[in-house]
Design a protein around this ligand. Structure first.
Ligand code: ATP
Ligand code: MG
Length: 427
């Protein structure tokens, strides 16, 4: 548990906008930031269409993100450039405004009888300063754009180079410890195979996603063995015996049996298919699993089984989990921290206990009010709180930002709301 402080994934101002035609855009994910510590389960919750899946798919690079950054183990794996382009556009507009204002000012001074030479000299100096500022902004943002494009494109190559270098180091010390040529030959052969695989290593393979729809995400023409082994084969592993052994092991780990390997997806129940999806993710030995509503298509009793399975994998293999769900009851007992999304925005983020004890955002309160409890007295009195953003917030003058209200508890609000929430917490 002491590993908890190491940040495994950092999502910074992630924006994913989809083109809708006629110049319109859908802001599926808009300025979302969060991080996940090693060994942690982070729950991402929100109603249908709020951008949860898009967040997950962006992290595994299925999209080129619009702007923001995603860092995995400190290495930037996704980088968007829209914010830098916007910054250049804003700097240009501000420069033009400044020049117009300076010219207007000079004209007024001249009309009032100021010395022309002096006024022109001052105007030239101030214009040069404004131009310098604009040029610096352009240079800096162009540098950021090219670095973002580089990281977006070459993060796998950079990662593979790092892994290869560390294996080579290991090989050097293994070779130094050999006493005979024969031994040296064997070590070299073993490392050669590892180096070959490592040179194809992609950093996003360290992150695996369990997809939302267990039926659509499994190819009906492939056997379970082929589905589960696909990632390994793409990775360059050819040893059939090694692959079979790994597939059998994983099948047992997820509560299936080796005899299932030769069957096709349609021969399984929903819960079993979800287990196949989990096996396919786990076989790649990922450090982070993005589980996208892995249980919402399942029966309640099977839901508990699949959640328990994920929990076991987390404690046995030390896997970190980003768990996506659309209602809070599913993530309650499983997540260490929870982020609540509404319409592409993260509106509240807090440790699970804190979120349940002190929900602040009206949308979180509405989600909590939807959780039924097995208590007839409570159920009789339970009132659903509906969330109506237009009635709840007035952002016409003071806009909202994400603010930390108590350590680790973040809320999307403006100044007035922040003061109100502080009052609610008795701060
Ligand atoms: N590839 C795409 N092209 C255009 N729009 C998309 C694309 N993928 C998602 N969207 C839109 O982005 C928004 C967010 O979708 P997303 O699938 O991330 O929601 P979700 O929170 O996962 O919902 P659910 O709980 O129903 O799975 C939706 O309005 C959706 O229509
Ligand atoms: Mg989804």
């Amino acid at each position: 548990m002491e590993e908890r402080n190491e940040t495994l994934l950092r999502v910074e101002h992630l924006c994913q906008y989809f083109k809708m035609g006629a110049g319109r855009e859908l802001k599926a994910v808009d300025d979302v930031s969060f991080d996940i510590k090693k060994g942690e389960v982070f729950g991402l919750v929100g109603e249908s269409g709020c951008g949860k899946t898009t967040t997950g798919r962006s992290i595994i690079k299925l999209y080129d993100i619009t702007s923001g950054n995603v860092y995995f183990k400190g290495q930037r794996i996704c980088a968007g450039i829209r914010s830098y382009k916007d910054a250049i556009r804003a700097a240009r507009a501000s420069y033009r405004e400044k020049v117009a204002a300076l010219n207007k000012q000079m004209k007024e001074e001249l009309e009032q009888g100021a010395d022309r030479a002096q006024a022109e000299a001052l105007n030239k100096k101030l214009r040069a300063e404004a131009e310098e500022e604009f040029r610096n902004a352009v240079i800096e943002n162009r540098r950021l754009i090219s670095s973002a494009k580089h990281d977006q494109k070459y993060c796998d190559k950079d990662h593979a180079a790092k892994v290869v270098a560390s294996i080579k180091e290991e090989m050097a010390s293994a070779l130094a410890a050999c006493s005979s040529d024969e031994e040296r030959k064997k070590v070299k052969k073993d490392y050669k195979a590892r180096l070959k695989i490592a040179s194809h290593e992609r950093i996003v393979n360290r992150i695996q996603m369990i997809f939302q729809d267990p039926i659509a995400s499994l190819n009906p023409r492939m056997t379970v063995r082929d589905i589960i082994a696909e990632g390994l084969i793409i990775h360059g592993i050819k040893d059939k015996e090694f692959i079979d052994e790994k597939v059998y092991n994983i099948l047992e780990k997820v509560g299936l049996v080796r005899e299932h390997a030769g069957r096709y997806p349609h021969e399984f129940s929903g819960g079993q298919r979800q287990r196949i999806g989990i096996a396919r993710a786990v076989i790649m030995e990922p450090e982070l699993i993005i589980a996208d509503e892995p249980v919402s298509a399942l029966d309640v009793s099977i839901q508990a089984q699949v959640i328990n399975l994920l929990n076991d994998l987390r404690s046995d293999l030390g896997i970190t989990v980003l768990f996506i769900a659309h209602d809070l009851s599913v993530v309650k007992y499983f997540s260490d921290r929870i982020g609540v999304m509404y319409f592409g925005k993260m509106v509240e983020l807090a440790p699970s206990d804190e979120l349940f004890a002190h929900p602040l955002h009206p949308y979180t309160k509405s989600l909590l009010s939807a959780i039924p409890l097995p208590d007839p007295h409570y159920e009789k009195q339970r009132k659903r709180i509906t969330y109506n953003p237009l009635a709840e917030h007035d952002y016409s003058v003071d806009g909202p930002t994400m603010r930390e209200i108590t350590p680790g508890h973040f809320i999307y609000c403006n100044d007035a709301e922040f003061a109100k929430y502080q009052g609610e917490l008795g701060l």
